[in-house]
Design a protein around this ligand. Structure first.
Ligand code: SF4
Length: 444
């Protein structure tokens, strides 16, 4: 049994748009932006869990929600066995002493009007530290001594107590932020992109400092970063996030040496290599941008960018052709094809000419034979405003990746949510019910 300090179960955090009184009077339905959507993971006492993904994938919202800086929409986070969203105010105060955060931007996270001594001392004052003591000195003297010790420990000098943030470099300011986060001797610290605003030369120094402090004070970290080289530097385990979900989680070594999810593989591909041979390799970057969390893709959320999406076994098309047809299908389903613009550009009402124009703009590859025929027929319906008939025309191209959401397997150290890997029984059953076949599966 693991000694989990933090246990996250089905955590969701949605932000709602179109949710004002006026919107409701006008009859508009609120639109959920699914920033965090059903996360479950543990953080073991003393470990560093890395949370990595592109910007906008929900990493920072996760960190803030599991510190209760934001209220969740659903799910729970247990800290030392206690659900933090059900804590009363005394319990919450104790939790806030035990869990802190280092922010990304050392320039804006410090108050320019406060000396660095006052900044680091602030949490001690808020929590009336020390709680009780036999020491004859006043609390104020003890706090000042504690701040000076902390400043020394993070590589600054106690003599700098009365200086202001503008007198320090970016790296030094982040050291001040770390001293503030450690002031109350917490057990758990969320490090939210702690080095991304710093020069590369300073990044390693800050990461080494965090590593040393973890050993010295027995800290547990959640390290949030978009940068895999930062994650690799100090993390014991890594969780990879895409569009509000964890798609892979596992020990750092296993995840970096044999990633299981196509998204992790693509992220690793984009990391610059030190080795000269590898530096000259062809880098396959991810195509397209991250889809909107307002309307995430059905099934596997990564499918619109996945370089190995599984086409239905019956249609026998290449990846490139399949991905183009899938994009057209998605655009028909979401009614996102600009018929008016295509008509204007074609300069005619002739359906074939308008379909030509749409295909020219929407497809990267030249479709051939029956595939071209099917797409043309579908678009002809769309030009006539018959979107559903157009969608139905391409239903044979439906992929398992589109219809059945993959899930992380249970009970394994290294887990991934992809149909190319063995899936939990309920997902396997849904795949079978849907009558689609998964023809390629990697060994675990
Ligand atoms: S489930 Fe399908 S689309 Fe998603 S990552 Fe796996 S192969 Fe790619």
């Amino acid at each position: 049994m693991t000694d989990a300090l933090v246990e996250v179960r089905n955590l969701t955090k949605y932000f709602y748009e179109q949710d004002s009184l006026l919107d409701r009077l006008l009859g508009d339905e609120p639109v959920a932006v699914k920033a965090v959507d059903g996360l479950s993971f543990d953080i073991t006492r003393g470990e560093t869990l890395g949370l990595v993904g592109e910007s906008g994938c929900g990493k920072s919202t996760t960190g803030e929600t599991l510190l209760r800086l934001q209220d969740p929409t659903g799910g729970e986070t247990r800290f030392d066995g206690q659900n933090i969203y059900e804590m009363d105010s005394a319990e919450l105060t104790a939790f806030r002493r035990n869990a802190s955060i280092v922010f990304q931007d050392p320039f804006s996270s410090l108050d320019p009007r406060m000396t660095i001594g006052a900044t680091v001392k602030q949490p001690l004052e808020v929590h009336d530290w020390p709680p009780e003591t036999d020491d004859d000195r006043s609390k104020e003297e003890l706090r000042t001594e504690r701040v000076e010790e902390l400043l020394e420990r993070v590589g600054l000098s106690g003599d700098q107590f009365d200086r202001y943030p503008h007198e320090f470099s970016g790296g030094q300011r982040q050291r001040i932020g770390i001293a503030r986060a450690l002031a109350l001797d917490p057990e758990f610290v969320v490090l939210d992109e702690p080095t991304s605003a710093l020069d590369v030369s300073v990044q390693a120094q800050i990461l080494n400092l965090l590593d040393e402090l973890q050993d010295e004070f027995g800290l547990t970290y959640l390290l949030i970063s978009h940068d895999l080289s930062v994650i690799r530097h100090i993390c014991d385990r890594v969780a990879v996030m895409y569009l509000g979900e964890i798609v892979e989680i596992g020990p750092s070594e296993a995840l970096f040496s044999s990633p299981q999810h196509p998204y992790t593989e693509a992220l690793l591909e984009s990391v610059p290599r030190v080795n000269t041979d590898e530096r000259e390799r062809e880098i396959e970057t991810l195509s397209g941008g991250v889809p909107s969390p307002r309307n995430p893709p059905s099934g596997c959320r990564f499918r619109t960018r996945c370089p190995v999406i599984i086409p239905p076994a019956s249609v026998g098309v290449s990846q490139r052709v399949y991905r183009d047809i899938m994009t057209i299908r998605d655009r028909i389903r979401d009614q996102e094809i600009d018929i008016k613009g295509a008509k204007e550009f074609a300069g005619t009402d002739d359906t074939d000419a308008i379909v030509d124009r749409i295909m020219e703009r929407a497809l990267d590859v030249d479709l051939q034979g029956t595939h071209e025929q099917r797409v043309r027929e579908a678009l002809a319906f769309v030009v006539e405003g018959q979107w559903e008939d157009g969608e139905a025309q391409l239903s044979e191209y439906e992929s398992v990746c589109e219809t059945v959401p993959p899930q992380l397997q249970d009970e394994r150290d290294h887990r991934s949510a992809c149909h190319l890997r063995e899936q939990p029984p309920e997902v396997e059953a849904a795949v079978e019910d849907a009558g689609v076949s998964v023809s390629t599966r990697a060994d675990d």
